[in-house]
Structures are given as C-alpha cells and as structure tokens.
Design a binder for this molecule. Structure first.
Ligand code: DGJ
Length: 728
C-alpha cells in the first residue's frame, strides 16, 4: 500500500519506492505537512517540528494562551487565507459578505485504488492499476468553503501528483481570486532553486540560484505556458549534482497562465505555491459548484539525473497518450525553412521525390497552404486551400505525396484569426478584443475566444473536417502569439476573470475530442517553436516542436534545459540548412544530424539544393536514427556536460533500459589548437559487463564509468562525434 493512515497519531503517509511524504491532522484539525524527502524509515516524524514562541507571530483563537502555535510558521498542506499565515498563500477569495478569510480544517479523508482524474484537465494517468489516490477534505464553516486535496501516488515511478478542488459549500456566491494546485513547505535545508527561463528561439535556459529571503516568483501571463518561463522548477540541496543530493521537481501540467512562488521566510523555511496565475484571475464560484486546479507532478530524487529520469519515465508512460506514445515517430521533412510561404505544388513534389529517395517517411506541409497567406500578415481563420499554389487542392497534393510512398502531415494554427478573413467579417466578436480599444497585434493576428462554445464547435468542425476529408497522418498545431486584450464577448462582465482558464478548458476538450476521434493522427504541438512545451500539451501531442531556433549548437542549449523535465521522445528536432537561418552559423551536416538525433528527428531544409555527397550523408543519418531511436526515446538520458561549468562542448549519452547499448554524443563548440581533449566519465552502464567502445577497443562498464573515455581530437567548425558502446 503506498498510502497509509495511522489512526493513533492521525498521520497520513504516502510512499513511493524511494520517497516518503508525511502529513498529520493536528489537534486543532489543521492538516500539517511534516515531511517530503527520501524514505525516512519510520512513521512518526512529529519530533521534527518544534513549537516555540516566535514573537510577533499570531496564534489561532483556540491557542491564544499558547504562543508557540502559529500558522505563520507551521508547515501546511494547503494554506488558509487572511487568518494569520503571512507567507504566500495557496488561495484567496472574497465571500458575499465581503470577508476575505477562511480557515480550512480537516473533515475526512479517503484512500482509493487507482489514480484520480481531473474533470476537464489533463492529468497523469494509471492504466496498470498501480497507483493510489488520497483525497483529504477540509472545510471552513464560516466561509462555507471546502477544499478537496487530491494526491496520486505512483510508487514505482517515484511520482506524487497533487491537485485541489475548491468548493462553494454555502448558499452565497464566492469570488475566487487565487486558486493554487499545491503548497509544499520545506521547513529545513539550504536550497538552490533551478528554473527554466528563456525567450523565442532560446527556450528553457537553466538558471540555478541560491535562494534569497523573500519571494521568488515565476510566472507566465501570456496566455500560454510560454517561451519565457516554463511551468517547472527544481529545488535541490545547495551542493546537489547530477549524481547526488536531494532534488525536488515540481511541474505544473498546464499550458496557460501559471504562477510559482517560492518563499524563503524569516525562519529559513521554504514554501512553494504553484498553480494558476492569479493576476486578473477572478472565478465566480456559485453555490454548490467547485473549481478543479491543474495537476502538479512532484518527484523527489537523489541527484538531478534521477529526477529527470523520473519525469521522463512518467511523461513517456503516464502522460503521453495514443498510439505514438512509445512507437516509432516517422522521420519527416517539413517545408518551412525550405520555402517559407513561397512554394508551388511542383516544388513541394520535387522535395518529396528526393525525400523518399533519402529514406524520409513523411512530408509536412507547413504554413502558407491556404488563401490569403502569401506572408504572415493574413489568411488565418478560413482554412480554404490556395489553389494558386496547389491547383489540385490539398487532395491533389496528398494523393501525389502518398503515391510516392510518403505519409502526409499538415500545419494549422486553429486558435488564431486574421482581420482579413471571412471568419472575422462574419464573427468579429469571436476574437479576444477589449471593447472600445484597438487590440495589440502580434504577427498581425488575433486570438479566437475559445472560451466561447460556438468558437469551440467551429474549430472542432474545421479540424475534424480536414481530418475526415483528407488522408492526413500528422498535424503540426501552431500558436504564434501571446494572448492579450483578454475579453470574451460571450462572457458576462463579472466573469471576464475566468476567460484565460476557460480558454484552456476548451482547448483541452478540443484536443481530447480530436485525438479520441482520430487516434491514428500524430499531433505535434508548437507555439512559435517551444512556447507551449509543457506536460499538459504532451498529454495530447506526443512531441512538441522544441524551438524555432534550428541552429544545432544553440539547439543543444535548448535541448539541455528541456531535458531536465521532458524526455527526448517529446522534443521535435530537425536538421536545417547551413548557414543557419536564425543565427547565420555554419556547421557541418554531421553536427546538425547528431544534434537533431537527440529528439524526434526530421529535416527542415531545401532537399533540392543538396549535393550528391550530402544526399549520401543524409541517407546514412536516417538509417542511423532509425537504428538508435529505441535507445534515444526509450532509454535513459545522461547529461555529461554542464554548460554553466564548461562552454567548450556538449556531451550526452542515451543508454538502453537493459544497459546493453549506449549512444555517446559530443559536439565541440569551441575547438582550440592543441587543446585538452574532451574526457567524460560514462554513466548508467552495467559495471561488470564488457563493452565494445565504438568498435575501437573493449572495456568494462565500471572502468568507463570510473576512468572515463577520451574523445579523439575533433577539429574544424563545431565538430561532433557519436559512437556506440555495446555490451559484448
Ligand atoms: C512558427 C513555427 O514554430 C514554425 O516552425 C513555422 O511553422 C511557423 N510558425 C509558420 O508560420
């Protein structure tokens, strides 16, 4: 049993293979947090928290003569608000009488087999009947508000999930102002904080800081999980490394506005509150209704590598759904960087002919295939094929592509609308625009109001129509601007604060309907590159385009940061032209291949311009990728270099689960004359087994891990090498 209740002490204990999570219902009915960390080896951890008079901290009314009991210092599972815990709160609301406080006390709990799901939201699932769920109900009788705290325990995965349901249990309206998914208090420790910030073309950059006193806030208010701040943080021992040290991961499974607050307080205790962004959030909670918050995926691991492995396993097996979750992803060629908007059917078919000859399996038609789309200033919303470019329509192109033996994929950006579209002329009120105000434009387009059911149905009809009418194997679902001017013309003014979250409830429902109805279609998420790279999207699209930056060296920094939370099988990665279109950097084809082979592999360049030698090299790359894909997608990733400590090279390893095969890759970013060779200690091998190292020599796993491997001297511009280390 991974969840236990100890009646005598009123302790609730969650256990995974390597971690323990302890709570206690105290004598006043507060749900105290006692511990989260490596399995402690005993049930009663009450001793760890000492009560003492902390001066100037208030005390609940029942404890007014005992100044040692204060909500302001006590670790808790989900905070009350307005009643004396002055740290960051999990929740805020106004009641109909104008009061803005609530004190949540334990009412009951329930332990059930299986994993809870969250109405309308993606969540980690259990299809093997191994998980357990704990539901703790708390209530405040004055405010008539209830909270159900959901905990999902995946013992084998070392994963605990959390979500909250906030309930209006009274007969008057409650206005929610903040609704977090979880609060996690870490009362002791010297912690570092790792977060993943970035920008368009440079997503998920790793920043590690020692926590200062006060509140660190990580948000997106852009209507998307964002390029700027991924909804994922790590808190780790100050001296934690890839290999050791307590590391906690907290990942919000959500694609919209999010907020994570990490407070180091007056007593060195750390509190993390994670969930929906409360900026301009206001939810009318009618009597008898509730709001479910998005899920947080938690793990506690020894070292950053183990933490990443826990997430990779969980996302691969228990987040991603559908037939492509663990199977081969077609090697594709996408025409975006080959042609941009300037293509003809003839040109596309020329690309396809070469693609087929090289061993590519799918052709993806990117942006520009529909009317009024000569550039990125218009055309979004109608989704009617441009017969100037494709005289025989999409159907004509598709049958020719299929006739060549390729699969066919199509780009769409369904959530957007251009002012010059028929759709906008018919339904200007379907765009998110504030009354009396010219909206912010980005890429000269507006965002459709998905919180409006009519828009939802229109999008469902349009996309399902495309998928019914045409033989489409893959959809690249793009989203190319942040959401501003958030005002829904179909929503009463008092409920405008609900629109950003309702938008995502509708988007998830749309994805759910489409993926259920078209189970054979592979969806790839995209948002101007990796602006919506999150576990929410990964539930429906097994892969997400990692970045619009296809420079293989810059891409390594992006893939490196992404890899802390997300598996290689989720990262769309393509070989593009040299010089690179975003950075102008020139790199060898081999380096571009090795960099892209760390994700879901494809090409994004004009194949008609390749030389005979390049064609030969690409043929080999594709064979190679297909050969190593099971190890890259299904194995364990080890980061062997840390760009913060060394900027000379990136080195990484994928090792099959049974440790029989290791793919070792390096890209040298600063090759110097007469330099110190790249030397790395391998990881994850079978210590006692003998391995053949790149066919060059044989060596025991233990030796390669202790003594390491030295690459030969690699010279030239951004040289790379990849070798097989195979158990004999
Ligand atoms: C942004 C995407 O990330 C690109 O790959 C491409 O599809 C363009 N949009 C098309 O407009």
């Amino acid at each position: 049993m991974s969840i236990r209740y100890i009646e005598e002490t009123k302790h609730l204990i969650l256990e995974t293979k390597n971690s323990g999570y302890h709570m206690k219902i105290d004598h006043l009915g507060y749900l105290q947090h006692m511990y989260y960390g490596p399995k402690p080896g005993q049930d009663n951890l009450s001793y760890a928290f000492r009560y003492y008079d902390r001066g100037f901290s208030g005390n609940p009314y029942d404890m007014r003569y005992d100044r040692t009991y204060s909500l302001d210092s006590m670790p808790q599972e989900y905070t009350s608000f307005g009643v004396g815990d002055f740290r960051v709160n999990s929740i805020a609301a106004s009641c109909s009488d104008g009061s803005r406080c609530a004190e949540f006390k334990y009412v009951s709990h329930e332990i059930v087999n299986g994993k809870y799901s969250i109405p309308g939201l993606p969540s980690v699932y259990d299809d093997e009947g191994k998980a357990q769920t704990l539901i703790v109900t708390l209530i405040d009788n004055a405010a008539n508000m209830g909270i159900k705290l959901y905990y999902g325990v995946f013992e084998d995965l070392d994963i605990i999930t959390r979500s909250a349901e906030i309930i209006n249990a009274g007969s008057e309206m409650v206005w929610l102002r903040k609704a977090s998914s979880m609060c996690l208090d870490l009362p002791y420790g010297n912690w570092d904080l790792i977060h993943f910030h970035g920008r368009h073309c440079m997503e998920r950059q790793v920043e590690r800081i020692n926590m200062f006193h006060g509140v660190h806030t990580f948000i997106s208010g852009r209507g998307m999980s964002s390029h700027q701040q991924n909804p994922f943080i790590i808190i780790c021992d100050h001296d934690a490394t890839e290999d050791s040290g307590i590391c906690y991961g907290m990942m919000l499974m959500y694609s919209g506005n999010h907020k994570t607050e990490v407070e180091r307080d007056q007593f060195e205790s750390v509190r993390v509150v994670m969930g929906l962004n409360d900026d301009r959030f206001r939810w009318e909670l009618e009597p008898g209704t509730s709001l479910h918050t998005p899920e947080v995926i938690l793990t506690c691991a020894d070292g950053l590598t183990e933490l990443s492995h826990n997430y990779h396993r969980c996302i691969r097996n228990n987040v991603v759904k559908g037939k492509y979750k663990l199977s081969h992803r077609p090697v594709l060629v996408n025409n975006w960087e080959a042609t941009y908007f300037d293509f003809t059917e003839e040109k596309l078919l020329e690309i396809c002919g070469i693609a087929k000859d090289l061993g590519i399996e799918m052709f993806v038609l990117d942006d520009g295939w529909f009317r009024n789309r000569k550039d990125d200033n218009g055309g979004l919303g109608d989704w009617v094929v441009d017969t100037d470019k494709l005289p025989e329509g999409l159907g004509g192109l598709i049958s020719k592509v299929k006739g060549m033996g390729l699969k066919f994929g199509l780009w769409i950006e369904p959530e957007m609308i251009s002012e010059d579209s028929d759709l906008y002329k018919a339904h200007p009120e379907w765009a998110l625009t504030a009354p009396g105000r010219a909206p912010m434009m980005a890429r000269n387009q507006l965002v459709l109001d998905l919180s409006n059911d009519e828009v939802h149905e229109y999008l469902y009809d349009t996309i399902s129509g495309l998928l019914r009418d045409y033989d489409i194997d893959y959809i690249k679902w793009d989203f190319n601007r942040p959401i501003s001017d958030v005002y829904s013309h179909s929503t009463p003014s008092a409920r405008q604060g609900e629109v950003p979250h309702r938008y995502y409830l509708s988007l998830y429902k749309l994805y759910d309907r489409l993926t259920t109805e078209f189970p054979d279609v592979l969806f790839e998420g995209c948002a101007g590159g990796g602006g919506r790279f999150d576990a929410g999207m990964l539930q429906y699209s097994p892969q997400v385009w990692c970045s619009d930056n296809t420079d293989p060296v810059a891409r390594l920094a992006i893939q490196y940061g992404t890899s802390f939370g997300y598996p290689s099988s989720s990262m769309g990665a393509h070989v593009s032209a040299s010089p690179n279109h975003q950075t102008g950097r020139k790199t060898p084809l081999s380096t571009r291949g090795i960099s892209a082979m760390a994700g879901t592999f494809g090409y994004e360049l004009d194949l008609t311009k390749l030389t005979v030698e390049e064609c030969g090299e690409i043929r080999n790359q594709i064979k190679r990728y297909k050969d190593i894909e099971p190890v890259v997608h299904g194995g364990r990733l080890y980061r062997l270099s840390d760009p913060a400590a060394n900027s000379r090279y990136y080195c990484w390893e994928h090792v099959s689960q049974d440790r029989s095969r290791c793919i070792l890759s390096v890209v040298v970013t600063d090759p110097q004359a007469n330099y110190t060779l790249v030397h790395v200690k391998l990881k994850g091998l079978d210590p006692d087994a003998m391995y053949s190292v790149g066919g060059e020599f044989e060596c025991r796993g233990r030796t390669l891990m202790q003594n390491g491997y030295t690459f030969p001297q690699l010279t030239g511009d951004y040289p790379a090498q990849q070798l097989d280390i195979i158990r004999i």
